[in-house]
Design a protein around this ligand. Structure first.
Ligand code: TXA
Ligand code: MG
Length: 326
């Protein structure tokens, strides 16, 4: 690792030890972190993000043995998942230890933990030797930054320091799996698909069918999420051309995120982002395209839908939420 980056990591460690709040890259999205056992520091995260206090945070660790200081009653099946997916974009929910400040878990008796794979995040956590509570580094309800420039624009001077990790690899958040009761349930789809998890642990299911139960287990799911500062409209590949052409004469600024070959030649289309058909690449480009659309002051952003297989399902979850009305 270049010495300039190591120096910045050491600075971030010093700031975190003093109760500061630091933005750092992970392999999914940028996070806004504070020491998990310092409730005063954790409260700053909620303030900076404007995050509702009933939305719990994910705690990040650099070594698997730190899990025991945060969680208890860890089921045997967790070992296999940890061995397979950590470090990586899988967040596991367990019963919380009472020593963890309740502000971190928004008063829940469970705790979400993950070990990120990004070299800067891992080095930061291993040097600090303490768990770090970190939500995505966006203001509440907005898309998550996946590029340094987006993180700076989104959080800017409100954090004590921002570590530059360039572009993140996955582009959407980690998968959140509830292991506090069987069957284990996915509470948030993410960059590891259900199918991939099931290959290692076949007894994993989608989130609870009843919305009430899902919200009780993961209160954050009830809030608006991933919404950029423009209207997002999802269009299927079959209706793509017709839908956009209908807007031809309107005096608005249109953006399109598409993997279709043909984009109509219209004056009011001012932003075209050609998405990759490959779902991993699509996910990686999604939030940064939202930020780009905002910068170009787009009024209406058409996003082409993708099949819900594999991580296509997590991508569709994000764009459906981004297009949800207030
Ligand atoms: O990829 C990620 O997970 C990123 C990076 C920074 O690690 N973090 C992230 O955090 O996406 P955030 O705060 O934006 O999303 C946390 C999700 C929310 O859906 C929240 O409800 C859920 O995790 N969560 C946190 N603690 C929980 C708990 N104890 N029980 C159930 N769900 C929990
Ligand atoms: Mg978030």
């Amino acid at each position: 690792m270049p010495s300039a980056i190591s120096k910045n990591i050491s600075k971030a460690v010093r700031l975190l030890k003093k109760g500061g709040v630091v933005v750092f890259p992970t392999e999914t999205v940028y996070g806004l972190g504070a020491q998990a056992f310092n409730s005063k520091a954790v409260k700053k995260i909620f303030k900076i993000k404007g995050r509702p206090c009933d939305n719990p945070l994910i705690v990040h660790i650099g070594r698997a043995n730190q899990l025991n200081s945060l969680a208890q009653n860890i089921p045997n099946e967790a070992a296999k998942l940890i061995q397979h997916f950590w470090p990586g974009p899988l967040t596991l929910v367990f019963k919380k230890r009472k020593e963890v400040p309740s502000v971190v878990t928004a008063g829940l008796n469970t705790i979400a933990v993950r070990m990120p794979r990004h070299p800067i995040a891992l080095k930061l956590l291993r040097q600090l030797k303490e768990p770090v509570a970190a939500p995505s580094a966006n203001r509440s309800g907005r898309p998550s930054p996946t590029r340094y420039s987006d993180a700076v624009q989104e959080i800017g001077h409100r954090a004590d320091f921002i570590l530059d990790g360039g572009k993140t690899r996955h582009g959407i958040e980690s998968t959140v799996l509830d292991m506090t009761r069987k069957p284990f349930r996915i509470l948030r789809q993410g960059s590891i698909s259900k199918e991939t998890l099931q290959k290692v642990s076949p007894q994993i299911f989608d989130h609870p069918r009843q919305k009430k139960i899902l919200i009780a287990r993961s209160p954050g799911t009830k809030h608006r999420h991933y919404v950029p500062n423009c209207s997002v409209v999802i269009v299927s590949p079959a209706r793509w051309l017709k839908t956009i052409q209908k807007q031809k004469t309107k005096p608005i600024r249109i953006g399109v995120l598409s993997f279709s070959k043909t984009i109509p030649n219209q004056k009011n289309i001012v932003f075209i982002k050609k998405l990759n058909r490959n779902k991993e690449r699509y996910a990686q480009q999604l939030y940064s395209s939202f930020f780009e659309a905002e910068r170009l002051k787009i009024d209406l952003l058409f996003v082409e839908s993708i099949s819900e297989k594999g991580i296509g399902s997590a991508i569709m979850d994000r764009i459906k939420r981004a297009s949800a009305k207030k």
